[in-house]
Design a protein around this ligand. Structure first.
Ligand code: ZN
Length: 456
């Protein structure tokens, strides 16, 4: 059994943002592969994305028909798009969907008309603060259409008659989502959820998807105490649909994370679950505190990603949200600048490594009973304690042994001990392993692993 809870991918290693980037490059490759696809909350781009995820991990794809009631919502019509453009009177495409799928407002109604510049302008969106970037806009649940373009390109438009075409369909169809379920020793679940509905945007959308895929890949070859459920669904309506169809099973979810915005160079940010003191909240806080790099922990707010749905009062699941720079807090957010250069392999590797550390702690956290609780057992005799060193300090490994012995009364988990001792969980875990080998501890909880399972 490994003595460390903090197993990274076999080709990655835990560490700061400068850490190993082999896994970071792999994650970035998946981001690159998914980047060109025009995704939305329904449609073939979403389906293609799920199919590509399904090439990497076992994925069950669900198709929920238009019109299906999901709590207070209804699954919308399916939107598909093949082309869109604005042509000037010379026949030149001055706005071209083929160059960037961000040019079309998501869920735009199909149309084909000739318009004056004044008429066209009412349907154009640009961002003067960042005049070279194309903003990302959607019009879900509203019957309208529009184009997005850089402010500079908008200024360059001259008086003319423009041919405006959106070759799209909005018809009864399906909402697609994918689930990767990895059964563990228990039916208790860890939920990992990410949204899959943004088109060519890397940090907001693809970073979460690509990291979730690589977590699933890594966990699939390991023994697991928990069962893991990865949900790849369009934001809001997808999570609502998933919850509506799985209402009876959500009590199995013991811990959960929504993953998004994990590839930018900013510091890690964790948004707590609505409960605020769930084990997942404590574990992520612990990992970030001992990560050696700057981080921020935010309280729950009913705004953000699908933690809004998982933490709605009717569910109140222990689900937090791990990000780097949060949605809306970086200038590239929801613009064409959230691209393949903006997400960095080393940041993706760092986020991945932190997720694996969180999972490692969830798996390994357990409770022990000290078998020699009346005064300290004589540790020197057992060769596991040298005492105070030349500087008058006790080595951290030995101090950890004293903490584990003292608090292992059946009521304190290893995480409790690590928090109280202000020590990295791994140090406390190693101390507990040592004491167990010397029959000084008996487990009263249930310890998981994450050891590699090798098939013969
Ligand atoms: Zn977004």
């Amino acid at each position: 059994m490994p003595s460390t809870a903090c197993l990274a991918d076999t080709d990655g290693q835990p560490g700061g943002i400068s850490g190993d980037t082999t896994v970071g490059r792999k994650i970035h490759r998946l981001v690159t592969d998914l980047y060109p696809i025009c995704r939305s909350i329904t449609g073939d781009g979403l389906r293609t994305t799920l199919r590509k995820i399904g090439e990497q991990v076992p994925l069950e794809i669900h198709e929920v028909p238009t019109g299906t009631r999901v709590f207070d919502w209804t699954v919308p019509k399916e939107w598909n798009i093949t082309d869109a453009y604005v042509k000037n009177s010379a026949g030149e495409r001055v706005i071209d969907f083929r160059k960037s799928n961000l040019h079309v407002v998501g869920y735009s109604l199909p149309m084909h008309e000739w318009l004056s510049l004044t008429e066209l302008r009412e349907h154009l969106h640009a961002s003067p603060e960042h005049p070279d970037w194309i903003p990302y806009r959607t019009s879900y649940y509203r019957d309208t259409w529009g184009f997005c373009l850089s402010h500079n390109d908008m200024l360059a438009l001259k008086e003319d008659t423009y041919e405006v075409c959106i070759a799209a369909t909005l018809r009864d169809g399906f909402l697609s989502y994918g689930e990767c379920y990895l059964p563990g020793d228990t039916r208790d679940e860890v939920l990992i959820s990410c949204h899959t509905c943004h088109p060519s945007l890397c940090n907001d959308n693809l970073s979460g998807i690509a990291i979730a895929v690589h977590l699933a890949r890594a966990l699939s070859t390991r023994r697991r105490r928990y069962s893991y459920r990865f949900v790849f669904a369009p934001a809001t309506i997808g999570a609502i649909t998933w919850l509506a169809r799985n209402e009876g099973a959500v009590s199995r979810i013991k811990h959960g994370l929504v993953l998004a915005c994990l590839g930018d160079p900013g510091q890690s940010t964790y948004k707590k679950s609505r409960r605020g003191n769930a084990q997942i909240d404590r574990v992520v806080a612990h990992v970030l505190r001992h990560s050696g790099s700057a981080y921020e922990i935010r309280d729950f707010t009913p705004f953000g990603y699908d933690d809004r749905q998982y933490c709605s009062p009717g569910f109140d699941l222990p689900v937090g949200s791990l990000m780097r720079t949060p949605n809306g807090c970086y200038p590239e957010y929801h613009t064409s600048a959230d691209d393949l250069e903006f997400v960095r392999p080393e940041a993706l590797a760092d986020s991945y490594s932190k997720c694996m550390k969180v999972i490692g702690i969830l798996e390994a956290n357990t409770t022990y009973m000290n078998q020699s609780p009346k005064c300290e057992p004589q540790l020197g005799r057992r060769g596991i304690y040298d005492g105070v060193g030349p500087g008058g300090l006790l080595p951290v490994e030995e101090l950890a042994i004293l903490w584990v012995l003292n608090l292992s009364d059946g009521n304190h988990s290893l995480l409790d001990i690590a928090e109280r001792a202000d020590m990295d969980f791994d140090v406390v875990l190693r101390a507990s392993d040592t004491l167990r080998e010397h029959d000084l501890l008996v487990e009263t909880g249930r310890r998981g692993g994450l050891e590699e399972v090798r098939h013969g």
